[in-house]
Design a protein around this ligand. Structure first.
Ligand SMILES: [Mn+2]
Length: 294
């Protein structure tokens, strides 16, 4: 199949000015469960060759130009040392693009990515789709289990945060208490399944209406493990993958969203490319949402 007869998402990549910036943050060290999250940006770019630009559901052809801004040089670094490189790489992207997609890396990339918006944290709203609060202690420095705690300590107000998809028996009572005390919005996975993701996201955007800029952390472990084997933290009973895609398209469509990250994809755990193809489709859905921005 030639490029011309089967246009691929990768054909939308440009070395010139793009509408959307894509960057990798191959941070693999500092995970609660050691693994190969650092390989994810490479695998996602490779997998994007398997996606066409045509959405048969809407009859629309994607025509967004994607500026591939390469990877932040963090593959061998611990999260503390990766902070400045990821922040600066993200800042370079967000300064000249309406939307930046950050392919992690473990969830420790979310903290520097938030700083990469280049705004005071008081003006930043953060939505997480994640099975976990990520409020572990910071005694041993930043890790993939504590980016939200780190951001609170950095000065991100709890009322600027909404966490969606929290899983039972995957978090502690102390974390839940902290989230409530800090004013974080908490929506469990069963709440999302009952209400639907768009209803939940609409509420989250109202709650964060005081924030001029939003970022969304898509921790892929929010997805049901059977549909997402390549994420160490994913559990049975998680979010249906269709709901994850619906969320990506909806979020991508909103002007206030300046950055979205996809974290915790570990290609070393993947089965039959399920998670790689999920990550690739996430990029497509973010782009489709972006295309519909008004
Ligand atoms: Mn997480």
């Amino acid at each position: 199949m030639s490029t011309s007869s089967w246009p691929r998402i990768t054909d939308l990549f440009t070395t010139g000015t793009g509408d959307v910036a894509l960057m990798g943050a191959p941070l693999g060290l500092g995970s609660v469960t050691p693994g190969r999250c650092a390989d994810a940006p490479r695998v996602v770019r490779e997998t994007l060759k398997r996606f066409s630009t045509y959405d048969v559901e809407t009859g629309r052809e994607l025509a967004v130009r994607i500026a591939d801004k390469g990877d932040a040089p963090v593959a061998e670094l611990m999260p503390a040392d990766a902070f400045a490189p990821v922040r600066d790489h993200a800042a370079h992207c967000t300064a000249s693009h309406a939307l930046t997609l950050v392919i992690g890396g473990n969830n420790a990339v979310t903290r520097p990515a938030a700083h990469g918006l280049g705004l005071p944290l008081s003006q930043v709203g953060l939505i997480t789709l994640d099975a976990h609060f990520d409020l572990r202690g910071t005694d041993e420095g930043p890790r993939n289990g504590n980016p939200i705690r780190c951001l609170l300590e950095d000065g991100l107000p709890g009322r600027n945060i909404v966490q969606i998809g929290l899983a039972p028996y995957a978090n502690t009572a102390a974390m839940h208490r902290t989230a409530k005390e800090e004013g974080i919005g908490v929506i469990t996975i069963s709440d999302v399944k009952k209400r639907g993701i768009v209803d939940v996201l609409e509420d989250a955007f109202v709650r964060l209406s005081h924030c001029p800029a939003l970022m969304v952390d898509f921790d892929i472990d929010v997805i049901d493990r059977a549909q997402c084997p390549g994420a160490p933290g994913a559990r049975p009973g998680g979010m249906p993958v269709d709901m994850f895609f619906e969320a990506a398209r909806w979020v991508g469509g909103h002007r206030k969203v300046k950055l979205a990250d996809l974290t915790e994809f570990d290609p070393g755990l993947d089965v039959s490319d399920i998670t790689a193809l999920t990550a690739g489709r996430w990029v497509c859905e973010m782009l489709a949402g972006f295309s519909e921005r008004t």
